[in-house]
Design a protein around this ligand. Structure first.
Ligand SMILES: Nc1ncnc2c1ncn2[C@@H]1O[C@H](COP(=O)(O)OP(=O)(O)OP(=O)(O)O)[C@@H](O)[C@H]1O
Length: 315
C-alpha cells in the first residue's frame, strides 16, 4: 500500500554559524485520505515539518533521514528533490489566507497564473477549472472570481485558498493553523468542509495546530511534538482519552470541556531552546513523573498500547 507521507528519522536544521536542529528525528506514516495532525507548543518544529512535506524549506536548511511523498523520495540525507511533487501532489494552505492570496490580483487572475504556470493552460481552461474547484468548496464562482481578496470575508478567503491549492490536482494539503484566524462558526464550517473533501476526493490532510481541541475534532491521528521530537503518536481517541506521555497528559489537562466543570491544570517551564544540547529526556525539566533513567538520554520511540511513545516509563 502506498502511503501519502512517510518520514523515517527525519531531521531538519537551519544553518547559521552552525546547524540548529529544529526537527530532531521524527518518524511517522500518513495513509491516503487520512487527516493527520501535528500538535505542539510554539517552536516545537510543526511548521518546519509541514514545510518539508510541502517542499518549501529555505535554501539554508539542512536535512537528514528520509521523507517520501506518495512513494517518491523527496528527502534522503541532505539531498532534496520535489520534482513533480511540489504544488502538484502537495499544496499548502497557510494560517492567514489574506496574506497568501495576492492582494493586487482578482481571484480569477490568481487561478489563471497558478494553472498557467503549472500546466500551461490558457485563460478559458483555467477559468473552467477555477469554477469547478470554487464550487467544490461551496463558493459561487460568480460571486468570487471578479473580486480582490480584501473584498472577500475571512471565511471566503480561506475557502478560496483551499480551492486554489486543490486546483493543481493536489492529493495532499498541508494546512498550517487554518482555523486560528476564524470565529467558532466559521471554524466548524471549515472543519466540515475539510472532512468532506477527505471523504469525496480522498484528500489527505496534514493539519498543523497548537490547539489539541481542534485537532481532536478533525483528525484521525495526532502526533504530539515537543522540542523537535514526536513524544506520542496515536489515534485522536486514544490520545485524548488515554494519554500515555506526561506531556500529552499535560496538554489534555489544559483542554476545557464544554458543560463539564473540570479543574484546568497548567504546568510551568519552557521547552529547551533548539540550540541548547540536552543530556537527558527533552521533557525532563517539566516532567512531574521523571525518575533516574530520564536524566541520561532521550528515550527511543516505543510501540505501546496502539501508540508510539517516547518516554522511559514505557521502555
Ligand atoms: N526559516 C527559519 N530560519 C531559521 N530558524 C527557523 C526558521 N523557521 C523556524 N525556525 C526555528 O525552528 C524552530 C521550530 O520552528 P517552527 O516554526 O517549525 O515551530 P512551530 O512549532 O511551527 O512554531 P509556531 O507554532 O510558532 O509556528 C524554532 O526555534 C524556530 O525559531
Amino acid at each position: 500500500m502506498v502511503l501519502a507521507v512517510e518520514a523515517e528519522d527525519l531531521k531538519i536544521g537551519y544553518e547559521d554559524e552552525e546547524v540548529v536542529w529544529a526537527v530532531k528525528g521524527v518518524s511517522f506514516k500518513v495513509e491516503v485520505a487520512e487527516i493527520f495532525c501535528l500538535v505542539g507548543e510554539s517552536g516545537c518544529g510543526k511548521s518546519t515539518t509541514g514545510n518539508a512535506i510541502v517542499g518549501i524549506l529555505p535554501p539554508y536548511s539542512v536535512t537528514d533521514g528520509v521523507l517520501r511523498i506518495f512513494g517518491k523520495t523527496v528527502i534522503e540525507g541532505n539531498r532534496r528533490d520535489y520534482t513533480g511533487v511540489r504544488g502538484r501532489i502537495v499544496s499548502y494552505v497557510p494560517q492567514n489566507p489574506g496574506s497568501s492570496l495576492n492582494p493586487y490580483l482578482t481571484v480569477e487572475e490568481q487561478f489563471y497564473y497558478v494553472l498557467n504556470s503549472v500546466y500551461g493552460w490558457g485563460r478559458k481552461k483555467a477559468l473552467e477549472e477555477a469554477a469547478k474547484y470554487l464550487q467544490m468548496v461551496d463558493l459561487d464562482p460568480g460571486k468570487v472570481l471578479d473580486y480582490y481578496p480584501h473584498e472577500l470575508s475571512g471565511g471566503m478567503q480561506q475557502r478560496t485558498a483551499i480551492a486554489l491549492a486543490l486546483s493543481t490536482g493536489a492529493k495532499i494539503i498541508v494546512a498550517d493553523e487554518p482555523t486560528s484566524a476564524l470565529d467558532a462558526h466559521l471554524r466548524l464550517g471549515l472543519i466540515r468542509l475539510l472532512t468532506r473533501l477527505r471523504d469525496t476526493i480522498k484528500l489527505t490532510l496534514i493539519f498543523i495546530t497548537h490547539d489539541l481541541l481542534s485537532a481532536g475534532k478533525i483528525c484521525d491521528k495526532i502526533a504530539i511534538m515537543y522540542s523537535g521530537r514526536i513524544l506520542e503518536l496515536g489515534t485522536s481517541g486514544k490520545i485524548l482519552t488515554e494519554p500515555l506521555h506526561p506531556y500529552t497528559e499535560m496538554l489534555v489537562d489544559a483542554v476545557p470541556i464544554l458543560g463539564v466543570l473540570k479543574p484546568l491544570k497548567t504546568y510551568g517551564g519552557e521547552p529547551p531552546p533548539p540550540d541548547v544540547e540536552v543530556k537527558g529526556c527533552l521533557f525532563l525539566d517539566r516532567c512531574p513523573k521523571k525518575f533516574e533513567k530520564c536524566y541520561y538520554s532521550h528515550p527511543p520511540p516505543k510501540e505501546v498500547h496502539e501508540r508510539i511513545v517516547e518516554c522511559w516509563r514505557y521502555v
